[in-house]
Write a protein that binds this ligand. Structure first.
Ligand SMILES: Cc1cc2nc3c(=O)[nH]c(=O)nc-3n(C[C@H](O)[C@H](O)[C@H](O)COP(=O)(O)OP(=O)(O)OC[C@H]3O[C@@H](n4cnc5c(N)ncnc54)[C@H](O)[C@@H]3O)c2cc1C
Length: 408
């Protein structure tokens, strides 16, 4: 019986180092970024210094193996590092060079790229000299079903010629390349074998960023892109022909979990803010923290957060041990995205009008949290996967156990 929930001293030590660095050095810069424009620019410059400092402290590339300039952490250890980094919002992961979508792209290149492709595309990412994006979703067809992708890639001599339309491509502006999913084999059966992945250098003739889409959280470099006769050499196909779907799925498993790890850090901050406010606000004869209605909100949030942490760690354990992990990642992705949304909402409620203002980070957290239920698989797509697997398990052996974590 080998269930052991104790953290190894190495993981505990790394977690503490990340927390100290984030609280003492990154948080002041994050808070400075919220100031007026003139002052903000000074803090933007500071981010580069923080990245150099992360390197000096040995906290660079926590998700990468040592031979790729990384910390060589396991996925479970990475869960703790990501959650700590995400406590200081968007810049925490970036300071460690573990931000989306580059983190997922680095994993993908590590697993799928040829040695030449790794030197050209992975090396600059791990060194923090370049950024990248992942271009799959299209406005004309449901992003939930990548077999519908319309962007085409047609062979022309030694090159492929790409034509199509993408949107919500995070990090596209300023990226030096894209991993772009396009249809190479329109008649392939099964339809999952229709797409291939390409490394597209940026800028490239015909690769046009139409706009940075305005979202409810403002402009976040989620771009719409027109692709017109973009030429890509055959050497820039990533993985084999017809393996684009497989590559996308392989990328999305760990990438979804990495999102969950960051969302846990954010949900933790919201719960702490909720409790802090409840301990300091007095109404109708007692502190809010003494009122049962508020305690229920705190208890529900804590239970959901705790469940989410267990789900993330279990999915990470399965990935790490080479076990099938899609079901567990779907559980975690759906649960943590919804937990984040609910905990932030309750924290706003406990803050009253202050929570609705932009004087606290909660409004911004809520606007960003809404995307969590859509990106990397909408809620309903994960529920569909979960239900299918539970039904299948029941049909096969009269029990749902195999599809509910294979536990107990
Ligand atoms: C902030 C942000 C960043 C993003 N970054 C990227 C990126 O970097 N690269 C990229 O390629 N894409 C990116 N996306 C796109 C994202 O991956 C897609 O939005 C997502 O896959 C859903 O696709 P869609 O928007 O086309 O919705 P659709 O597929 O049209 O789905 C719409 C709704 O239909 C419902 N639905 C869909 N399928 C089912 C089903 N089987 N059963 C029941 N209901 C269903 C769900 O409610 C779903 O929300 C990003 C999106 C956002 C919001």
């Amino acid at each position: 019986m080998a269930i052991d929930f104790t953290l190894s001293p190495e993981v505990e030590e790394v977690r503490k180092r990340v927390r100290t660095f984030m609280e003492e050095e990154v948080r002041p810069v994050q808070e400075g970024l919220q100031r007026e424009e003139a002052e903000r620019n000074r803090y933007i410059e500071e981010i580069g210094n923080l990245r150099r400092r992360a390197k000096d402290l040995g906290l660079w590339n926590p998700h990468m193996p040592k031979e790729w300039d990384g910390m060589g952490l396991s996925i479970t250890a990475m869960a703790f590092v990501s959650a700590e980094a995400a406590r200081v919002g968007g810049i925490g992961p970036y300071v460690l060079n573990a931000q989306a979508p580059d983190e997922g792209n680095m994993h993908t290149l590590l697993a799928w790229a040829t040695p030449e492709q790794k030197e050209k595309y992975l090396r600059p990412l791990t060194e923090g000299r370049a950024r990248s994006c992942f271009a799959m979703t299209e406005p004309e067809v449901a992003g939930s079903d990548p077999t519908l992708i319309q962007t085409s890639a047609v062979k022309d001599g030694d090159d492929w010629v790409l034509n199509g339309h993408k949107w919500f491509i995070s990090g596209a502006r300023g990226a030096s390349f894209a991993i772009c999913i396009a249809r190479t084999d329109p008649d392939a059966d099964p339809p999952q074998a229709r797409n291939s992945a390409f490394l597209v250098d940026m800028p490239s003739d015909g690769w046009e960023i139409v706009r940075d889409i305005e979202t409810m959280a403002g402009r976040g470099n989620h771009c719409e892109i027109r692709i017109t006769d973009v030429r890509v050499s055959a050497a820039n196909m990533l993985g084999g022909q017809g393996e684009g779907h497989k590559l996308g799925q392989a990328r999305l498993g760990p990438a979804r979990l990495a999102h969950c790890m960051r969302w846990i850090g954010q949900a933790e901050v919201a719960l702490e803010m909720m409790i802090d406010r409840a301990l300091n606000r007095f109404a109708h004869g007692s502190l809010l923290a003494d009122k049962q209605a508020i305690q229920w909100m705190i208890a529900d949030s804590a239970m959901e957060l705790y469940t989410g942490k267990l789900m993330v760690l279990h999915a990470a354990y399965r990935i790490e041990n080479g076990l099938e992990f899609r079901q567990e990642v779907s559980y975690a992705k759906h649960h943590v995205a919804n937990t984040l949304w609910r905990v932030v909402d309750r924290a706003i409620q406990v803050h009253g009008a202050l929570g609705y203002s932009t004087d606290t980070p909660l409004a911004d957290m809520m606007r960003h949290a809404r995307a969590a239920r859509l990106v990397d698989g909408a809620d309903e797509v994960h529920q569909q996967t979960i239900a299918r697997n539970v039904i299948k398990a029941f049909k096969e052996d009269g029990s749902t156990r195999m599809a509910t974590g294979d536990l107990l």
